[in-house]
Design a protein around this ligand. Structure first.
Ligand SMILES: [Zn+2]
Length: 480
């Protein structure tokens, strides 16, 4: 059935226009003034509202097996919560155990994700290295539409990628036209600091940020950026949380390197005082890595987003309930790392970004949707309101006030890091594949309706980078 969105204002990253939007067969088929409704079309009146591309969260972990437990949010509940907040697509992570074949892990995650109610895609983590990994990366890119590979520089004795793996995998990414991404924290240093704190009897969650100070992230960010530079491959850094990492990205970009940075809604909004809370459960609920930082880092991250050093926003949505967090009751390093947010990101970014004047509405669309679609090569299928694009749309009511709470959210977790926060501006409707799946507080989802989205390998950022490397090779440049 066709769907006509009437009387709204369309907001794309590069334009604002008064236009109706007609959807049919899952696609946007017309954008223009005063469109006529076809026979039997459902009509949504968006007068006074903004019609924007649905949010894309490039960093979630639904039902992730991690630190001896499994994240409480699965692909059904997690994508459902996303839709309630205007996010119509997630990019989650396949994370093979060390020595596990990549294709095997990929098949497992695809099976889990078949219950999703919105569209989804996968980054695949490279946690170890041998020839089979090299081969499977090729299959994933050429046959499965995976165009990005994740590397954890932290989590020693688990999924940490050593430099050998980083170098081999980044180089393989270059051959394949795939984007390497990194979780930048020096895992060796984290391990050392954790042991030291525990030996001193400092076992509570207040020690978590002390075991992962911002130097730990700055060092790893710089190392990953320099490895990418030496190999001539672009790089994407997930959850940039501190000035040190931000400065490395800014420097690299100023020097002409193609480096992208992602920031989490949580890192923009929450500071490290949460770890000092005398309620153990409250402090533990905020344990994630990288940790929440002192306030000056938040200010720097906002400026990084405004200034274009950071291009995307995400959540690292990875939910653990109170009894799971309690696994680290006697040792903070055993607290499952993760916080939620897939439902809240757009509202937080709008309220703290657009309502404060830090971001224009167009910039809001860029950092919540369009830039991710471009960087991960699915634009304008996603990330734009335009004829021919997927009909994944959020209708945004700038006057709607909401107070975020674990009591009312749709996320399958008993805690919300934005608890009590009142925001102005929220979705009135979310549309997925041209169907209204959320309207005025009610969800109308169908298990398994989400589709796996293939992301083709890159050509332009890679050929551009190769050309730049050739032209700027030391032999070709006069250096003083
Ligand atoms: Zn993550």
């Amino acid at each position: 059935m066709a769907l006509l969105i009437k009387n709204g204002t369309v907001i794309n990253a590069d334009q604002t226009l008064k236009a109706d939007v007609l959807c049919d067969n899952g696609k946007i088929v017309a954008v223009g003034p005063d469109l006529d409704a076809p026979a039997n079309a459902e009509v949504v009146d968006a007068a006074g509202q903004y019609v924007m591309p649905g949010g894309i969260d490039p960093h979630t972990h639904m039902q992730l097996p991690f630190m001896g437990t499994v994240a409480s949010e699965d692909f059904y509940t997690g994508t459902r919560a996303g839709l309630a907040g205007g996010t119509t697509m997630i990019i989650d992570f396949v994370i093979p155990s060390p020595q596990q074949p990549l294709m095997e892990a990929y098949a497992t995650w695809r099976e889990w994700a078949s219950r999703a109610v919105s569209d989804y895609s996968f980054h695949v983590a490279v946690t170890w290295w041998d020839d089979s990994v090299h081969e499977d990366m090729g299959r994933l890119v050429k046959e499965e539409g995976v165009n990005s590979f994740k590397h954890f520089m932290a989590y020693k004795n688990a999924i940490m990628a050593e430099d050998e793996t980083l170098v081999n995998s980044f180089n393989r990414c270059l051959e394949l036209g795939a984007m390497p991404t990194v979780h930048a924290e020096n895992g060796e240093l984290v391990y050392h600091l954790q042991q030291k704190l525990i030996a001193q009897g400092l076992t509570g969650p207040e020690s978590h940020p002390q075991s992962r100070p911002s130097e730990v992230e700055g060092e790893a960010a710089n190392r990953a950026i320099r490895i990418a530079q030496a190999l001539g491959v672009p790089l994407y850094l997930v959850h940039v949380s501190c000035k040190e990492a931000l400065n490395e990205i800014a420097r690299a970009r100023q020097e002409g390197q193609r480096v992208y940075g992602e920031v989490l809604a949580g890192h923009l909004e929450i500071d490290d005082s949460v770890y000092q809370n005398e309620d153990w459960g409250f402090a533990a609920a905020h344990v994630m890595s990288p940790p929440f930082r002192p306030k000056e880092h938040q200010a720097a991250l906002w400026k990084g987003l405004q200034g274009g050093t950071l291009q995307t926003t995400a959540t690292d949505h990875c939910c653990f309930c109170a009894e799971q967090k309690a696994m680290g009751k006697d040792n903070f390093s055993m607290i499952p790392n993760g916080t939620a947010g897939v439902e809240d990101r757009l509202m937080i970014l709008w309220d703290s970004g657009v309502n404060t004047g830090r971001l224009t509405m167009n910039e809001f669309v860029a950092v919540t949707s369009a830039n991710t679609a471009q960087i991960f090569n699915i634009y304008p299928q996603k990330g734009r309101i335009v004829e021919g694009a997927d009909a994944d749309i959020v209708i945004w009511d700038p006057t709607l006030e909401k107070t975020i709470s674990a009591k009312t959210h749709h996320q399958n977790v008993d805690f919300n890091i934005f608890e009590g926060r009142t925001v102005k501006g929220a979705p009135s409707h979310t549309i997925s594949h041209g169907k209204v799946v959320y309207a005025n507080g009610e969800l109308f989802v169908e298990e398994g309706a989400g589709r796996y989205i293939k992301r083709p390998s890159f050509s332009s950022p890679f050929t551009a980078q190769k050309r730049f490397n050739e032209v700027n090779a030391p032999s070709a440049v006069n250096r003083d």
